[in-house]
Design a protein. Structure first.
Length: 234
């Protein structure tokens, strides 16, 4: 197959399979996108070619296995994250097997890669003292310190996931009687979480500051006028 086959298949996978056929959520699409972003970076190191020059034949079972090992050994990802990346790749190779029968054997070998078992430890949480120390750490004299304090308070009280809290917009926050924050979370469920008066007051003070131009909708901003993304928070 020529070098353009892989980019074409990948584009069809995201637009045709995930968006049109499966109606995947933005969070799912973002997770799959991150998987291939990491895969591209690893492929450049391994094959010495730009992502646009990769071929399906380059992504054999040995390469995918080395990529999964790289995630754990070099990037320090957990087994759970490794399995999530593998699930994204399995979904792609299932799509390829249907649309490119000539690659059925290659896809079958990759699809045979199993998820790795791991120990599920107890859910850990911060004590009141640890939470107070964490919230007190940002410098309130700087605007980024005020932002971080507001973000930490909202995160501690609401328990929002990384992707949920970084995607918040100003329109998602309601003050006054019954102050709350709303977000579209996992499983496309709308969550509305009440805010304590002290948290609402800090968040209201943060929102009272002038906004950088061009990002009026973003709740958490960072220079130069861009929203927070998951790798920064995580």
């Amino acid at each position: 197959m020529n070098a353009s086959s892989f980019p074409a298949l990948l584009e069809r996978f995201f637009t045709e399979r995930l968006l049109n056929q499966m109606g995947a959520s933005p969070h799912t699409i973002a997770a799959y996108r991150d998987t291939f972003r990491l895969l591209f970076q690893f492929a450049v190191e391994q094959h010495g070619r730009a992502p646009s020059q990769l071929r399906m034949e380059d992504l054999d079972v040995a390469f995918v296995g080395r990529f999964l090992d790289h995630l754990e050994s070099k990037r320090g990802n957990s087994t759970r994250t490794r399995n999530n990346r593998l699930a994204a790749l399995h979904s792609f190779f299932q799509f390829v097997a249907i649309h490119e029968p000539a690659l059925a054997m290659q896809c079958q070998r990759v699809l045979a890669l199993p998820s790795k078992r791991f120990m599920r430890g107890p859910v850990e949480f911060l004590t009141d003292e640890e939470t107070a120390a964490l919230v007190a750490a940002p410098d309130p004299r700087a605007w980024i310190g005020r932002r971080d304090k507001a973000l930490l308070l909202v995160a501690v009280q609401t328990g929002l996931r990384n992707s949920e809290i970084t995607s918040l917009r100003r329109r998602d926050v309601e003050f006054g009687v019954g102050a709350h924050v709303c977000c579209l979370g996992k499983g496309r469920k709308m969550r509305c979480t009440p805010l304590r008066p002290d948290v609402a007051a800090v968040l209201k003070e943060w929102l009272a500051h002038p906004e950088p131009p061009g990002k009026q909708a973003v709740l958490w901003i960072m220079p130069p006028t861009v929203g927070l993304v998951r790798p920064i928070v995580g």
